[in-house]
Ligand binder design. Sequence first.
Ligand code: NAD
Length: 279
Amino acid sequence: MLLIGSPRHGDRAAAALGSRLAARFEDAAMHTPVDVTERALKVAAEHDVDGVVAIGGGSATGLAKAIALHTGLPQLIVPTTYAGSELTSVLGQTADGRKTTQRAAKVRPEAVLYDVELTLTLPVSVSAASGLNALAHAVEATYAPDATPMTDLFAAEAKRVIMSALPRVAANPSDVDARTDLLRGAWLAGTCLDAATMGLHHQLCHHLGGKFGLPHAETHAVLLPYVMAHQGLDDAAEVFDLAASLPIPHSLAELGLTEADIEGEPDLLRQALHGTRPA
Ligand code: NAD
């Protein structure tokens, strides 16, 4: 097995794998840069691995999926954030500062193992941004053109669970019950991400993320209330207030963007630039 993951969780996973461990790779990076994937593919080939285990956030998962795309190797994913990538056949990759996304059956992980204990070390700021990233998957499923009764149910439950769990995790990051709820909400939302086509919000996040190298979860967290207001969703202000109560960036300006950066972009980005409450 090839083990992908930082030492924080990788060391325990390596011990658990024992003699099944053939090699380790610790350099997974956000937005799955293709040069990192090429290095990991080399390690996989050198050690003739017959499977990939990834333990970590969406970055570790993304690398495992990219390896599977090239090799067809089976994957076991152990998620430690709320990104939900472990549930989808979607892979985003970056080359030359451009992010492209594709769907392919062979990138969908064969097995996923959730262990809430692994999320307890996730700092509040990362938990909050990642939780809002999960919420965005549920929100976009509610108005997806291919929404079904199943995605409607999962999305509604994901929204309810995530919005109730996030403040509790922020208040006490060691609260196992709150963490369990948030992970369950992220699972429900990740199922929506795979089953329904993501819309305006994801397009804007990918566009800005790729163009300016913005952090994935934080960009989702900043934009979500503005896209919800733009789409006429009743609970946009509620999501804005929730985000405002969490220790995360609240505007595109806080992520380093300026007026000049969003010239010619949709109007809602102007509000998001300054972090003003959507009407
Ligand atoms: P990430 O994996 O980069 O993790 C964020 C940070 O948290 C990292 O520094 C990581 O080391 C740290 N971390 C992770 N788990 C931890 C833990 N339990 N304790 C302490 N620190 C921990 O970020 P992410 O937001 O999870 O994932 C973002 C990536 O996932 C992006 O590349 C995005 O495109 C991708 N993604 C893909 C999909 C999909 O379906 N294809 C869905 C969502 C996200």
